[in-house]
Design a protein around this ligand. Sequence first.
Ligand code: AMP
Ligand code: MG
Length: 426
Amino acid sequence: MCRVRSDVTAAEALRIILERTPVLGAEMLALPQALGRVLAEAVVSTRRIPPADNSAMDGYALHATDLATAADTPVSLPVRFEVAAGDTAGRPLEPGDCARIFTGAPIPPGADAVVRQEDVERQGDRATFVRKAATGEHIRRAGEDVDVGDPVYEPGERIGPAQVGMLASLGRGFLSTRQRPRVAILSGGDELVEPDGDVEGGRIVSSNSYTIAAQCRELGADPVYLGIARDTPEDIEARIRSGLSADVLVSSAGVSVGDRDYVRGALEKLGCRLHFWGVRIKPGYPLTFGSFGDESGDRGPLVFGLPGNPVSAMMTFEQFVRPALRKMTGHTKLHRPLVTAVLAEALHKKAGRLHFVRVALTREGDRVVASSTGNQSSGVLRSMSLAQGLLVFPADATELREGAPVQVQVLDEAFLASDTPGFQEG
Ligand code: AMP
Ligand code: MG
């Protein structure tokens, strides 16, 4: 059996995990399927957008110099032709002439300004102008959005709706994107049942199977549920085997030192190397991490043995599994947004472990206020479900005073949602 470190700090644990976390391979996806994925390629434009100088308005294209005196004496110009969106810019415009033009239509060669139709008086085949025009007015220049050779996106860019539109404009029907990690989820314990199961006699629902699958989905990872293993070495080993083709195996059956914790034995028998057991955090101390294969070697899943208590399982997923999955998926920033919040009430603890405190966040003017969501016991899922953030109570600290600035990981930015649109009438 290899050396397993124990009692590591959160930072050490994360470092050990991320060192062993590969970035997954790329796969080509059709653009509509790429929403939410991360680009695995750099995107360089092979096009100009817009492709040609074109009109930003319905109006008249002309030579700006022809209107030099229009503010003093109205200038009347013959309307020689019409250009609509979709026409090709063929016909040149001679000085002293103007052309009827519509939004998006190419600017005729020679013309250097567009006057809005609201500012023009049209009589038959002539148009009268009473204002000067600036060179370039109401003209969208070819390539003003993107030019040929422009680097548009780096690998690691998350594809949201605006990126989908941009990539469509660039003519990219297919893209190289990072694969989604497949996460095998194992729960274990003779006390566990599925949500529709019989809870007589003190059985409990295997809620971890559901929270972990949901945490995976929210990240764009694919959960594969291995079911509930009974507390026997055979059942545990059989289920772990069936998850070995996944990128990550997450077990919330205790991988600890208890008599009936067979997960560790099964993992080691199957060739998993455990790297650490026990992280100096609360909740979530009994976290285990392992990997298959040697340093150079064949890949097997990364293995996270999460503690069984529902909040400990979620918390350790949040702090350690989530960044690993984000790395696999090609993200460059792996962690939740951090905000500095004002603490609503004093908090106390013993020195030694880093605590994550479940907090509600509220916006009060320019400040964000953090207040505990109640019972912080590692089995109390309700206070987790009420939390918008996790307050980081440093390992060495014993007290955080009321009103003190604290660091909070934001789990849910819905507290920033507004009941006003951010703009006003008038
Ligand atoms: P263990 O890690 O097996 O010692 O379990 C610690 C606590 O977590 C016990 O109260 C278990 O009943 C509970 N627990 C273990 N697995 C799950 C699960 N999948 N869903 C909800 N609670 C669990
Ligand atoms: Mg158990």
